[in-house]
Design a protein around this ligand. Structure first.
Ligand code: PEP
Ligand code: MN
Length: 346
């Protein structure tokens, strides 16, 4: 249920509505808007009777939220959410490109790639210190040492850092060193991880599970938001199908689907979405044309020596070309491209 206040509702009237909701044993979530304030209600098991709330002073109407996800839905909040990541905003007019290696392998590798992607126009640096690998014998990431490398590169190059936490305990470490917590496809429904990320001060990049529906993705986001962290960015990264010409099938229709159902920003990852480097550029451009708020792309200076996902990594020169194309395409979509930050507060 969403209680929409009149335009001229006073703070006192809003407070009365919140109190009334709480007296019913429910949670009230005031949502200030540019036009008017709305107050969302969660915690009800059945349907609520709108008339009890509509009779309160200052209330315009009480409308049921029909979707299973509430706080991330467009019904709940019509305006697009803009998420701040170390001073870089995702979800506004400017497209954001996150780039970097799949995994942090060494300081030299990380700083080389970071400098190259920043020069080409990436606004955020990616790189995994904890890698969710299919095989236990594959490179698992450098762990906290990888996070320390990311933090050092962050200071030296000046790009905020996005990195994955694999479990609730790992969130604390990512909070110490980075600017955004990535929750990977394999962990999209790791509910204790989602809840822990929901208690974080850092924004969350939530990747779609490889067989997750859009509704499941949005319900996963709801877990994070419901714990008090409204700063969630979604990411389409391909789903598993019968296709053999790609690693995954990049579902670009997820972008307009999410935009219709939710106010949260959505990025596309054409690297994991295709798994083949020659497909990254065309699918990156298609993502922008589909209305994505940005891209996350794997870049490696020596892909043939990469410790993970080398076959989908593009080299810095290709990334420069990709950024040029994205900058040329953006105006067609009424967008521009976020420049790398010049400085960012810690
Ligand atoms: C990654 O971004 O490095 C990653 C592991 O992606 P995904 O969770 O989408 O497979
Ligand atoms: Mn990868």
């Amino acid at each position: 249920m969403l209680v929409v206040m009149k335009k001229d509702a006073t703070p006192e009237q809003i407070r009365r509505v919140v109190e009334t909701i709480e007296r019913l044993g429910l949670a009230a979530h005031p949502i200030p808007g540019t036009q008017r304030t709305a107050i969302g209600i969660t915690g009800n098991r059945g349907t609520l009777e709108p008339s009890a709330l509509e009779s309160l002073d200052g209330v315009l109407e009480a409308i049921p939220v029909s979707r299973p996800f509430k706080q991330v839905s467009r019904e709940w909040k019509a305006e697009d959410t803009v998420v701040d990541v170390g001073g870089v905003t995702i979800g506004g007019r400017a497209l954001v490109v996150i780039a970097g290696p799949c995994a942090v392998e060494s300081y030299e590798q990380c700083v080389t790639v970071a400098r190259a992607v920043k020069e080409a126009g990436a606004a955020l640096l990616r790189g995994g210190a904890y890698k969710p690998r299919t095989s236990p014998y594959s490179f698992q990431g450098l762990g906290e040492e990888g996070l320390r490398i990311l933090a050092r590169v962050r200071e030296e190059v000046g790009l905020p850092v996005v990195t994955e936490a694999l479990d609730p305990e790992g969130v604390g470490l990512v909070e110490t060193y980075a600017d955004m917590i990535q929750i990977g496809a394999r962990n999209m429904q790791n509910f204790s991880l989602l809840k822990r990320a929901g208690k974080s001060r850092l924004p969350v990049l939530l990747k779609r599970g490889m067989s997750a529906t859009i509704e499941e993705l949005l319900l996963a986001a709801e877990y994070v938001v419901n714990e008090g962290n409204p700063n969630v960015v979604l990411c389409e990264r391909g789903v598993r199908t019968f296709a053999e010409h790609t690693r995954n099938t990049l579902d670009l229709s997820a972008v307009p689907a999410v935009k219709r159902l939710s106010h949260l920003p959505i990025l596309v990852d054409p690297s994991h979405g295709t798994g083949r480097r020659e497909k990254v550029l065309p699918m990156a451009l298609a993502s922008v044309a589909a209305g994505a708020d940005g891209l996350i792309i794997e870049v490696h200076d020596q892909p043939e020596r990469a410790l993970s996902d080398g076959h989908q990594a593009i080299v810095p020169e290709t990334f420069r070309f990709l950024m040029e194309r994205v900058r040329r395409l953006a105006p067609v979509m009424d967008r521009d491209v976020h420049a790398p930050p010049t400085l960012f507060p810690r």
